[in-house]
Design a protein around this ligand. Sequence first.
Ligand SMILES: [Zn+2]
Ligand SMILES: [Zn+2]
Length: 361
Amino acid sequence: MATEKQVERGPDEFSCEQCGSLLEFQPGTGMLVCGHCGFETPVPESNEEIEELDFHERLASLESGEDLEEVITISCPSCGAEFERDANLSSEECPFCGTTIVAEGGSHKQIKPRSLLPFKVERDRARALFRQWVSKLWFAPNDFKQRARLDTTLSGMYVPHWTYDASVTTQYTGQRGVYYYVPVSTGKGTTMVRRTWWTPVSGVVDNEFDDILVLASHSLPRTYMEKLEPWGLSDLVPFQNEYMSGFRAESYQVGLEQGFSEARRHMDRPIRQTIRYHIGGDEQIIQWMHSEFDDITFKHILLPVWISAYRYRNKPFRFLINARTGEVQGERPWSWIKIASAVAGAAAVLAAVVGAIQLAD
Ligand SMILES: [Zn+2]
Ligand SMILES: [Zn+2]
């Protein structure tokens, strides 16, 4: 464990002008609100531009450590998530996997997020969505269902992402297949049968990519996070501490370079589609391709998610809400006792029915 150092960003500096309590960002309003006396003040307008940063330049400067910020985090021994700690708690459940963690200070340096989407879905609505989702689950363990009624189970978390832009030039070689038909005699006459005429082809295609989104966290199930899309990235606002007040941020675990490898995987399918279109014909085979990536830029952004994590039989189950759109995704536990008793019940009913039929005979 690293030693505790100075935090550079944190929500603690926002105290109420009237009573000194903490002001928290009120989702969907653009206001900071005092939970104690109700005082409100707008988040100041930022006229900072949301820039795309040069990828190679930043990779080089990462080594020198400039433009990094130091954050005090707590890390989960179970799922590896690292997130800003709640200074008021000495132990808490990991918002990502439900493991109880004893708060121990750690800190590390990371690239500063420059923009984010502020929370829009309020806690009350998030809780209602969670309850609704849970109430529709069959064969879920009782304590899981009870949990949905508790107020403390939802954490408002900013989840780190990268977005990448790039101009991609791809050379390829392949085959173009064109259909033609030949008469083939069968016992009853002739039928036309489809054949494919293959010609070798090669060429160069260009693709422009804008805001390829990559999840920079390992602590949340990627498939569920992807299903929370779209986010509406055109609504990103410059990063300001005010938006963090009352919420926490996870630190990224997927670095800038590793994130780009992931982005390249996202680019692969559209590049292949462009090549197929370029080849033309009725069928296409791509035998070889080589891409050059130019003008790579990136943004480090934070996206707002309501999370509830629950452990059942030592496995984490996560419930997630896109705190912009209210889109809900969740993993669910199954209670085998309930399933077994339902099966036993059904068998008993069947036995009774069979018995009744036999009696009727
Ligand atoms: Zn106040
Ligand atoms: Zn965890």
